[in-house]
Design a protein around this ligand. Sequence first.
Ligand SMILES: *[C@@H]1O[C@H](CO)[C@@H](O)[C@H](O)[C@H]1NC(C)=O
Ligand SMILES: *[C@@H]1O[C@H](CO)[C@@H](O)[C@H](O)[C@H]1NC(C)=O
Length: 337
Amino acid sequence: MLLLLLLLFKRLLCYGASTVAPLHLGFHHSASEEPLSYRFIQISSFANHSWAQTQSSGWLGEVQTEVWDSVLGTIRFLRPWSQGNFSKEELKNLQALLQLYMHGFTKQVQAFASQFQFEYPFELQILSSCQMHAGKASGSFLYGAYQGSDFLSFRGNSWKPSPGAGSQAQNVCRVLNHYRIVKEIVQNLLSDTCPGYLAGLVEAGKSDLERQVKPEAWVSKGPSPGSGHLLLVCHVSGFHPKPVWVMWMRDGYSILPILICLTVIITLVMLVVVDSWFKKQSSNQNVISPREPNPVFSIRANIQDPTSPGHQLCLTQELWIKNRFSKNWKTSLKQLW
Ligand SMILES: *[C@@H]1O[C@H](CO)[C@@H](O)[C@H](O)[C@H]1NC(C)=O
Ligand SMILES: *[C@@H]1O[C@H](CO)[C@@H](O)[C@H](O)[C@H]1NC(C)=O
């Protein structure tokens, strides 16, 4: 019975088969209709006065395009098209700016830690992003978090404390807003550099991003959930882009007949159990040979054989149980009378 429920559960979860429908969405489609974003993520950990570590990476949607190498102080491009349409000169300038920023950030945070009431150890996270919709720049933002909670943001042309971050964030923003040059650079990066880079990135990476790779799917036996039960696992991998539609079907049968069959089988199995209980109660012996396969095991054998159609399985089970049941039931009734 557990097997039946397990199978039913699996069917509902991973409903489909070895023939898998291809992707229903291409990247081009989403590029023109859904917003695309470039994100630059920075995570800085400050263990004590003298120890700090920063990890930074750039992302086009779900695809990581670059990582900051903090040892060499360079941008490491992860895709052949990660440089977008920026020239060598522009990339060199950007890298120099990032070097200056990464070094300065750690030094300044350490210098201001006590004034800002940052308590060691602490973690700062910065997310800067710009978006594109229907080929046009559609906004950018920068958020900062302290110890995993919203702390501040950069909006318009100034630093704003996040609601709920309290006087500590207000104090930090008041100090940061004194640095006019920094604000101008941040504003410029968000409103010009980022959208330009994003547009170039989408153009340069077009063929890679738009490639359509069909998923591969296979079914395997999972770890046994217990004796007499079978767990089937449906695997789908190797596809691109991310949206995928998978159906697990057996001989094209819909879920309804399977559900009906399963309900019938479950009911009949229960009746057989009641039946054998009656038998035990009676003095009559050797009605059922213990060698006879019980329904659960027969079903398992059928499932393992992919050529046996589902409805046949249901019918045979039904007939077999009906025959046996009616025979035994009659015997039991006779005994009762
Ligand atoms: C600072 O933190 C680092 C990393 O946890 C540790 O190795 C180092 O000993 C600490 N230094 C001091 C002075 O506490
Ligand atoms: C890169 O391409 C985008 C869109 O085609 C354009 O808006 C941007 O100015 C270009 N940038 C450079 C540096 O050529």
